[in-house]
Design a protein around this ligand. Structure first.
Ligand SMILES: NC(=O)c1ccc[n+]([C@@H]2O[C@H](COP(=O)([O-])OP(=O)(O)OC[C@H]3O[C@@H](n4cnc5c(N)ncnc54)[C@H](OP(=O)(O)O)[C@@H]3O)[C@@H](O)[C@H]2O)c1
Length: 305
């Protein structure tokens, strides 16, 4: 498995990472999570992403792999308010409690990166949320602070000295950050984690996904339909392969954290990641299809949170 440097953090992380969203939102059972994540660690993946906001995900990952804590770079996210925590969203009070709770749930004494989970730019400008992460870093609870988000807010965050890592959407159906945030991050030596790297399996179509994801995936499924791509024009392979290899090919991407609840897909994603980037001609076709469909839609296809 190819390793890439996560910007100025210096962590050497696998090009394929694990995204802990679906196992939380879909309530995947503990044995299945344990099997998937240990399989990935056994096969070269060393990057795990989760969040306070993915129900049960931090706990399940803590149970699954805490005994191997020195084998992976661990990222979680915070800032949202929760019923069982005191304080407003994006306040220092909530962030401090969420960091401490993440350490308990993930059964560890430190997180490698803690990200602010998609706050609007006004909360970045206010400073309190970023300062709370700096305080957690100074206390040794987290190693680096980061921001998860897109578009203008992502660009603003990438310009903050305290922000060493950005998590953002890049995929075949979400290309807005490719020409803006990726070069900015690269120029500042900021590591980039790609969320939604296989476009939430947009090829399945509108409303065809389970639970939480039935609505969550609608915009990508609509964009995918409008792009009218044909895999035969893209060098072969199924959509999951084309999508992951497209994302991994983008300059400035450090790791693509594919979410999966399926051990067969976890295995397949390792095989695909090892094939390396998609050929340039296929990438150009996908980029043109996005630009043309966006233009025809009459609205800007921004990076989706
Ligand atoms: N910060 C944020 O605001 C934010 C937002 C979104 C995501 N994230 C993070 O980014 C991670 C990745 O995003 P995501 O999970 O939303 O989207 P994703 O990784 O683009 O797509 C996940 C979907 O792809 C399917 N899939 C994975 N591998 C496949 C394969 N080989 N063949 C066919 N289908 C495959 C999964 O289904 P199966 O379960 O059936 O494999 C799941 O439905 C999340 O898990 C989370 O950690 C962060």
């Amino acid at each position: 498995m190819e390793k890439r440097r996560l910007g100025r953090t210096g962590f050497e992380v696998s090009a394929l990472g694990f995204g802990g969203g679906p196992v939380g939102f879909l309530g995947t059972d503990q044995d299945r999570v344990t099997n998937i994540v240990n399989y990935l660690l056994d096969n070269g993946v060393n990057f795990i992403d989760t969040a306070a906001g993915y129900p049960g995900s931090e706990e399940a990952l803590g149970n699954a792999v805490n005994h191997r804590r020195d084998e992976y770079v661990l990222v979680s996210k915070c800032g949202q308010a929760f019923d069982d925590l005191e304080g407003e969203a994006w306040s220092a009070q909530v962030i401090e409690q969420t960091v401490d709770r993440a350490l308990r749930r993930l059964k560890t004494d430190h997180l490698d990166v803690m990200l602010l989970h998609g706050c609007d730019q006004e909360f970045l400008e206010r400073g309190e949320a970023v300062e709370a992460l700096v305080k957690a870093r100074d206390a040794g609870k987290i190693r680096y602070a980061g921001y998860s988000g897109d578009n203008e807010a992502g660009l603003y965050a990438a310009g903050l000295d305290a922000i060493d890592v950005i998590e953002t959407s890049v995929n075949i159906c979400d290309q807005a950050n490719i020409d803006s945030l990726l070069p900015e991050a690269k120029g500042r030596d900021i590591g980039v984690i790609v969320k939604r790297p296989v476009a939430n399996a947009a090829w399945l179509g509108v409303g065809q996904q389970p639970g939480f994801y039935a609505n969550y995936t609608t915009s990508y499924a609509e964009r995918f339909g409008a792009m009218g791509l044909d895999p035969a024009d893209l060098g072969g392979g199924d959509w999951a392969e084309i999508a992951l290899r497209f994302t991994l090919a983008q300059d400035g991407v450090t790791t693509a954290i594919v979410g999966t609840t399926n051990p067969d897909n976890a295995k397949r994603n390792i095989e695909v990641a090892e094939k390396g980037p998609l050929p340039d001609a296929a990438i150009a076709t996908i980029r043109s299809a996005f630009a043309e469909a966006e233009s025809a839609s009459g609205e800007a296809w921004l990076g989706l949170r």
